[in-house]
Design a protein around this ligand. Sequence first.
Ligand SMILES: [Zn+2]
Ligand SMILES: [Zn+2]
Length: 356
Amino acid sequence: MQSCVKTAPGKVEMLDIPMPTPGPGEIVVKTTMATVCGSDMHFLDDIPTELIIPLYPSMAGFLAGLPGLPMGHEGVGIVHAVGEGVTRFQPGDRVCSSCLTGCGKCLQCHTGDYGICTGGGRCLFGTEGEYFVVPFADINVAKVPDEVSDEHAILATDIMSTGFGAIERAEMKTGDSVAIFAQGPLGLCATAGARARGAGLVITVESVPERIEASKKLGANVVINPQEKDPVSEIMSLTNGRGADVTVEAVGLQATFDGATRAVRRGGTVSSIGVYGALPQLSMSTVAPSFYHRKVVMTFCPSGYDRLNHLFDIIRYGKVDLSALFTHRMKLSQTPEAYELFRERREGVLKIALTP
Ligand SMILES: [Zn+2]
Ligand SMILES: [Zn+2]
């Protein structure tokens, strides 16, 4: 079967790799949609493939005999084959899996934090192929309701969950002011999440014209262009000199984290969801204007089938519409071109729907 494989740092190509077979607890899914994500770029450019097994020891068997790292962790599809012990699925079911999978047994999984599993769960790999494997399927996979499109389901597997999670884990209250730094796909999901949860004033920070437009569409009242104005002083003046109740860092840079820590009100919450990738350390201002007393929350994609079901319900009953995120459609066989487009941020790209 064809799969997009990382064969060298920064390089992906479509290759024929062996068809996966499901081990115990696993399912094999026939891909109906995949997409490229900012985290894929970290796996491609910053994180050496040799580090994948130390990071996720359960990947050793998965990678054995493959010519490289099968790429992609966001995917939707139809169950093709079911491994021993899987009880919730059968071939033909339309499903997706959280991009981070949990084992269901470790301490973190028991507290509902499947995305930071220490019991053998891992990031999915290989969704940018004709078929992909999901471990611990009964824990991590949900059937997709008919009213939820592949586009929405695939967002629920990662960036919608993370973006909405930024707002939930900040415990944003109805009417709170929220300022979100960066409106790439992830930041846009945080904007939609703040609006869906009942934010008051939503301020976003972005300079790319297409992203500014998408931000307004998804719920921002004010978009600050950092090339024209200083975001922190603008947020201060828009919030009567107090700072926002909640600030969100959504790209993974020191500069935007710094902005988020300085634009939050005294006692407010800084919520960080950007993936800092190769950045080994973050520093944080401990002085005015936000003063010392504040919460800092960092979030990895909230995962597991119940999480997916909640997101599906807010899509179909809460009428959350994230379709503005899909700016491009390409064939799965064009995934390497999709990476180039995404990396160079050409043509106002946000999400690229890749279909067989
Ligand atoms: Zn992702
Ligand atoms: Zn676990």
